[in-house]
Design a protein around this ligand. Structure first.
Ligand SMILES: [Ca+2]
Ligand SMILES: [Ca+2]
Ligand SMILES: [Ca+2]
Length: 269
């Protein structure tokens, strides 16, 4: 009797854990920030979440895109939709990092791709966001810290709910493009990092989307159905040897190997 009661408790625990796992797997809305390209000799793109820089006075540029990724639960991405977001973008110095650079949301400072609000999330009432220093580290970020007012935030909205029509297993909507202008890269320590992050306005009307063809969902940044991607991490790395000097070193060690083998053969002969 005691053991069957125990088994029952275990079964309930397993069932409960299975249910919780299923619920947390429905990711709902993710605001995903990705580094897409870099320019300048002291900047390299590792992947969409990682950029390496070396100390220099040469500068460089990192280009970013902001996506909304909507995940319903019925296995089809084609009945997901997206309409509205209100967000800010900040470069924050962490773990000793101090890679400073103003964010840019217009095309006036060069670069191949258009920056700012991207169609169709640029209809009436949208705003590209104010350039201002949100974290007191002297470089310019984008948006606002004030949940109480729409002023200065990046706010993009489409005229109507936009159904997803692309391929892939999750619905991804390209919202916004911006760059970070690394005018003078002075990161103090090897391994120090600076995080570029997306954050949202915490007001119930900040985000508007649709899942599985259902009713529109409206929520703010702190709602459990809204999440934000990990930061794009800019890391100060040691200067990497020039490819030509690496090649020279390889040729040198190969020739040394040949010389040793020849000497050994002569000694044996
Ligand atoms: Ca910064
Ligand atoms: Ca700043
Ligand atoms: Ca779906």
């Amino acid at each position: 009797m005691k053991s069957s009661f125990h088994i029952c408790i275990v079964c309930c625990a397993v069932l409960f854990s299975a249910i919780s796992t299923t619920q947390s797997a429905s990711a709902d809305l993710l605001l995903d920030l990705r580094a897409i390209s870099v320019s300048g000799t002291d900047v390299s793109l590792v992947n969409s979440k990682s950029v390496n820089v070396t100390n220099s006075s040469g500068g460089g540029m990192i280009d970013f895109e902001l996506y909304a990724v909507v995940n319903g639960t019925d296995g089809s991405a084609l009945n997901e939709g997206f309409q509205t977001y209100t967000a800010r973008l900040v470069s924050r110095n962490t773990t000793g990092g101090a890679v400073l650079g103003d964010l840019l949301n217009s095309d006036s400072t060069g670069g191949a791709l258009p920056r700012g609000l991207l169609s169709p999330f640029n209809s009436a009432g949208s705003a590209a966001g104010a350039l201002q220093d949100l974290d007191a580290d002297t470089d310019l970020d984008l948006g606002s810290l004030n949940d109480g007012s729409f002023s200065s935030w990046i706010g993009g909205r489409a005229a109507s709910m936009q159904p997803y029509s692309g391929g892939g297993s999750s619905a991804e909507f390209l919202l916004y493009r911006f760059s970070m202008n690394l005018a003078d890269i002075q990161a103090p320590a090897i391994g120090a990092t600076t995080d570029v992050v997306v954050e949202g306005r915490d007001i119930a009307t900040a985000f508007l989307w649709q899942e599985d063809g259902g009713a529109s969902i409206q929520a703010g940044a702190s709602d459990s159905r809204v999440s934000f991607s990990p930061a794009v991490v800019i890391t100060n790395v040691s200067p990497i040897p020039e490819p030509s000097s690496v090649a020279l070193a390889l040729v040198g060690s190969a020739m040394l190997g040949i010389a040793i083998r020849r000497r050994n053969r002569l000694a044996q002969g």
